[in-house]
Design a protein around this ligand. Structure first.
Ligand code: NAD
Ligand code: NA
Length: 396
């Protein structure tokens, strides 16, 4: 079957198995090219199939030979439909890892549920005994609360007033003004319920109760800050409240892990094109300007470069983990560099439909977006029938 991208709004309905496999291979090659890290050995990644979570899994497996268990929520292929990208990514990762003699197993289901936590616990008990690193990298629009069964939906809204700014439709390049209505208290509470720290805490409690966290174990969740210009819709909006909660949760978890000398961190990562970030108004325009500036400065990174640096230069250096005044690891340091942000802010003022092709990196944005789904990847022959990937090797 020949598979082509089929767009609907901000999502792509199809995914290419060979393109996704090539993406995974490229990430593996990158990690290998950077050399060995004295890193984690037994790793649980929650949200392991795409984006930062996938990169965390690959960097652990190929940076320090780690055994990995990945948890995610992805769709298998079905009649007339391709699988979701994370399905193909994981199938490719498992295959590569097993061929390289690395332990890798995966669990597909709702990480917010008690059932999936129990399944994961059983697998760790049976196969690994304990884990020394737990990466929490979920990005989800909804969460069914395991105790109340209430379905919470997150929103991306400003707090305390309507927010108006520029945005771009990255398919057409059209720059326009967008106004987003302010959030209600309920919107805020729901977003915190989905993307805040409660579920991370529940995972760590469940693992610790079963003595599955090794002495000195580390857990890391991912956050974002970004510049003043996106603050109303991101860091000071509903999602920002959830990130505040996530960051506060790191301290609570760290307290609970003291008896095993465990550590809990939030790592603040760079803005990147993912399925989640493409849906946030204003952010795609910011990212297209940011990419242009960071590429020109030679400091652009993707998820794998970010996470390789997180392990090699922050978490596993053998020295104390460097953190900011709020206790957070910062791998958004290059994005937030003053010279970079000054340039982006200036370009922001200039950005219109007419100027954007010259001052922004829309082609880079689009290429990254398509590559999330396995399209327009070098070395992939899209004229050839795509391989069928109906199974993931290590799926439990
Ligand atoms: P992503 O959409 O690429 O990955 C999300 C992962 O969560 C996938 O593996 C998916 O299968 C899994 N998932 C979603 N719902 C699930 C559920 N109910 N049960 C099990 N698995 C589920 O997202 P991402 O951009 O890599 O985001 C990961 C984290 O990084 C988020 O906390 C995000 O806020 C943060 N972050 C993202 C950016 C960015 O620019 N993209 C920047 C900084 C921080
Ligand atoms: Na992820």
């Amino acid at each position: 079957m020949i598979i082509e991208p089929r767009m609907r709004g901000f999502i792509c309905l199809t995914a290419h198995p060979d393109g996704c496999a090539q993406n995974v291979k490229n990430q593996i090659e990158y990690v290998k090219s950077k050399g060995a890290i004295n890193g984690p050995k037994k790793v649980l990644v929650i949200g392991a199939s795409t984006g930062f979570g996938l990169a965390s899994r690959i960097a652990a497996a190929y940076g320090s030979g780690a055994s990995t268990i990945g948890v995610f929520f992805e769709k298998a292929p079905s009649e007339g439909k391709t699988a979701s990208p994370g399905w193909y990514n994981t199938a490719a990762f498992e295959k590569e890892a097993h061929a390289a003699g690395l332990y890798a197993k995966s669990i597909n289901g709702d990480a917010f549920s008690k059932e999936i936590k129990e399944k994961t616990i059983e697998l760790i008990k049976a196969d690994l005994g304990q884990v020394d690193l737990v990466i929490y990298s979920l990005a989800s629009p909804v969460r069914k609360h395991p105790d109340t069964e209430v379905l919470h939906r997150s929103t991306l809204k400003p707090i305390g007033g309507t927010y108006t700014n520029k945005t771009v439709d990255f398919h057409t390049g059209n720059v326009s003004e967008i106004s987003i209505e302010q959030a209600t208290e309920e919107d805020i509470a729901n977003t915190v319920a989905v993307m805040g720290g409660e579920d991370w805490s529940m995972w760590i409690d469940a693992l610790k109760a079963e003595n599955l966290l090794a002495e000195g174990a580390t857990t890391v969740a991912y956050s974002y800050i970004g510049p003043a210009l996106t603050e109303p819709v991101y860091r000071k909006g509903t999602i920002g409240r959830a990130k505040d909660d996530l960051e506060a949760t790191a301290f609570k978890i760290a307290d609970k892990l003291k008896d095993i000398d465990g550590k809990a961190y939030v790592s603040v990562n760079k803005a990147l094109v993912t399925q989640a970030s493409s849906a946030i108004p204003v952010i795609p325009l910011y990212i297209s300007l940011l990419y242009k500036v960071m590429k020109a400065e030679g400091v652009h990174e993707g998820t794998i470069e970010q996470i390789q640096r997180l392990y090699a230069d922050r978490l596993y250096t053998g020295n104390a983990v460097p953190v900011d005044e709020k206790g957070r690891i910062r791998i958004d340091d290059w994005e937030m560099r003053e010279d970079i942000q000054t340039k982006v802010a200036k370009l922001w003022e200039e950005a219109t439909t007419e100027t954007l092709p010259a001052i922004g990196d829309l082609p880079g944005y689009r290429a990254d977006f398509l590559s999330l789904f396995g399209f327009e990847i070098d070395k992939v022959d899209y004229q050839k029938d795509a391989q069928e990937v109906v199974e993931i090797e290590g799926l439990v």
